[in-house]
Each structure stands twice: as structure tokens, then as C-alpha cells.
Write a protein that binds this ligand. Structure first.
Ligand code: KG4
Ligand code: ZN
Length: 353
């Protein structure tokens, strides 16, 4: 049996987890910084880094305690290397390096993006992950910082097919919520406000989908754009009484539908074009009930849908410790001079195939 401690600090969650043999979550502790960033309506990188510095030691201690282990029982330390906010990433990376040196443990650098995809297979997904018929796999990774479609083939090559050319989907929901006077983080607030609303009441644009009869250039086939939807919301609200009966609910529902519709259309288009066998949705926005419902509704026949459990959708360290086990098994360790990185490279080899 191997036990890996995962550490995550790429954005506004400080997290640590102990994972047994890649799939069994022995503990997963998350300290959220929502209260710190809420007054700013978004994540402030320097504040995030300072909060991580405070939270890392207690969060790691809790993860070890909840798993019933000590540092001596661990086989490796895994840490998110990127993509993410550099000041935030550096805190976790340096903390993990210190733990590795001090306890003579191997260090494993983890790609946060691929870890999100892996999160859909934690807690029982071992067979599916290793089955050849699962591939090609298309992953929609949607969070506050990312909106990307990644294709993974049966050999473990991951290629980014497209990404947002402006705001991420979560960012569009967070900024939309701010315009609507709803609390941060905006995704859950918009979902809540939309519950009683009519998603077809207002017609928000669907940029880069070809929906308005506009030709779609080949380079944008799988790219996303959300800033236009947000601007449309701004104009929609001008001079309106937000407290008029039904207005807020219908606006939130229509806005959420527009964001989700773009995500689902692009995903289904990419799934068809690349004849994928599995679609995975991960990242914070994959918690969204409307997205989950529409992905299931539009899913092509003979394609499996895997959506990470809500606790493994938003940033967590279980996905970090889990994916790292596959590198551990191969003896693929990081040197102590590894650096953080901000962006997802276009091609990545995933360690789990
Ligand atoms: O993965 P995550 O925790 O952190 C990043 O890496 O960004 O994702 C956070 C994002 C935020 O934009 C938040 O508004 C969104 O996920 N989110 C949701 C929901 N829960 C979180 N968006 C829509 N519906 C939700 N239920
Ligand atoms: Zn994330």
C-alpha cells in the first residue's frame, strides 16, 4: 500500500489530502479563502499567497490526523506545480519541497488541470480509467480560471483542443453575479437565483457557437468566449428595476443558460468530431446543476459521461495526491528545483495511462 500526501494552492483554496493507492481518499481538507476575496469580487493573487502561507501547516496537519497517519507513514509528497496563480503556487510548492527534504520523501509535481480530470475517477473509478474503451476521452475543465476542452487518447497524450479567448466560464458567472448584486462566488449564487426563473425569457448571446448565423473561423471551432455575454448582461440591466417580480430570477436563469449552452454545444461538437468514447466534466463550474443536466441530455449515444463528485470538482488536494500515485508507481519524481507554471502547455503526457 502506498500513501501520498497531496498539496494544492493554485488559487484560493489551501488543500491537503492523504490518498491510498491513487483512488482511496483517506482524508481531504480544504481551507477556503472566500471571505478574504469576497470584498474584491475575485481572487487577488498576493492576498491568496499570504493566506496560503498561514493555512498550509494546519491544513496538512489536519489531513494527516484525519487519515490517522504521520509523516513517517507517507511514501511521497505531491504538489500542484501549475497552471495557476504563480504567487499562490509558489507557497505550496516550497512547502512541499520542505516536507520532502525534511522527511526524506520523493517529490511529485502535479499538473492541476490533469488532476481536475482525474478527480472524476477518484473513489471507485479505477477500472474505467484503465479500460482502453474509455478513450479517446474528452474533458471539459471549467472553473474560475479555466475553460478548456482537452482530448486524451489511449496512449495518454493530452491535447488542448480549445480554450476561452477571454473570461473563463466561472469568471463569467462570478462577474455576472456581481452585476446582479449576488454574493461571491457567483456560480452557486447565480444557480440559486435562477432556480425559479425562466431560462428562455431573455436572449443572451452565444459567442463563437455560430448560433447567430455568424461563420465560425476554424481556429475558434473549440474556443469559448464569455465576455460578450457579460457585456450583454450589463446592457440588459441598464435602467431596470432588479427587484421587479421575477426579473432577477429570469435574468439569472437566462444568463446561466447562455453560459451553459455555449459549454455544452462546444463539448458535443468536439465529442462528435473526435469520436470520443467518454466525456468528463470537472472544475468548479461542473458543480452546476444546469450544466450537469444539459450534458446528460445532449450526450451522444455510446458515449459515457463522467462528472466529478461536487467535492472533487472544486479545487482540492485529493485529485493531486491521486494522480501523483501513477507517477509514483513509475518512479517518476521531481527534482527539488522544479518551478511553478502559469499556463497549460498545449500537449501534455498524462501519467495515468
Ligand atoms: O475549480 P474551482 O474551485 O477554482 C478554480 O480553479 O477556479 O472553481 C471555482 C469556480 C468559481 O468561478 C465558482 O463560481 C464556480 O467555480 N462554481 C460554480 C458552482 N460552484 C462553483 N459555478 C456554477 N455553479 C455552481 N454550482
Ligand atoms: Zn482548479
Amino acid at each position: 500500500m502506498s500513501l501520498i500526501l497531496g498539496i494544492e494552492s493554485s488559487c484560493d483554496e489551501t488543500a491537503a489530502a492523504v490518498i491510498e493507492d491513487g483512488f482511496t481518499v483517506r482524508s481531504s481538507v480544504i481551507a477556503s479563502q472566500i471571505a478574504t476575496h469576497a470584498p474584491h469580487g475575485g481572487v487577488v493573487p498576493e492576498l491568496a499567497a499570504r493566506e496560503h502561507l498561514k493555512a498550509l501547516a494546519p491544513v496538512v496537519s489536519s489531513a494527516l490526523e484525519q487519515a490517522g497517519v504521520t509523516l513517517k507513514d507517507l511514501d511521497a509528497v505531491a504538489v500542484t506545480q501549475g497552471p495557476g496563480l504563480i504567487p499562490a503556487l509558489l507557497t505550496g510548492l516550497n512547502y512541499a519541497k520542505g516536507l520532502a527534504i525534511g522527511n526524506d520523501l520523493p517529490l511529485i509535481g502535479v499538473n492541476h488541470f490533469m488532476a481536475h480530470i482525474y478527480g472524476a475517477f477518484l473513489d471507485g473509478g479505477e477500472k474505467e480509467l484503465s479500460a482502453p474503451e474509455t478513450y479517446p476521452l474528452l474533458a471539459l475543465v471549467v472553473s474560475g480560471g479555466h475553460t478548456s476542452l482537452v482530448l486524451i487518447d489511449a496512449c495518454g497524450n493530452a491535447r488542448q483542443l480549445g480554450c476561452t479567448i477571454d473570461d473563463a466560464a466561472g469568471e463569467a458567472l462570478d462577474k455576472g453575479a456581481k452585476l446582479l448584486g449576488l454574493p461571491y462566488p457567483g456560480g452557486p449564487s447565480v444557480q440559486k437565483a435562477a432556480q425559479e426563473g425562466d431560462p428562455e425569457k431573455y436572449d443572451f448571446p452565444r459567442p463563437l457557437t455560430g448560433a447567430a448565423g455568424k461563420a465560425l473561423s476554424p481556429e475558434n471551432l473549440y474556443n469559448f468566449s464569455f465576455s460578450g455575454i457579460k457585456t450583454a448582461l450589463l446592457y440588459h440591466l441598464e435602467g431596470k428595476d432588479i427587484h421587479a417580480p421575477g426579473f432577477l430570477a429570469d435574468t439569472a436563469a437566462s444568463y446561466q443558460r447562455a453560459v451553459v449552452d455555449c459549454l455544452v454545444r462546444k463539448t458535443m461538437r468536439a465529442a462528435k468530431d473526435h469520436q470520443v468514447r467518454t466525456i468528463v466534466a470537472a472544475g468548479g463550474v461542473a458543480c452546476n446543476a444546469e450544466l450537469r443536466r444539459m450534458l446528460a441530455e445532449k450526450l451522444p449515444r455510446n458515449v459515457a459521461l463522467k462528472i466529478a463528485k461536487p467535492v472533487f470538482c472544486t479545487d482540492n488536494a485529493a485529485m493531486v495526491g491521486g494522480i501523483a500515485w501513477h507517477s509514483f508507481r513509475r518512479g517518476e519524481f521531481a527534482s527539488l528545483d522544479i518551478d511553478s507554471f502559469a499556463r497549460l502547455p498545449r500537449f501534455v503526457r498524462v501519467p495515468f495511462i
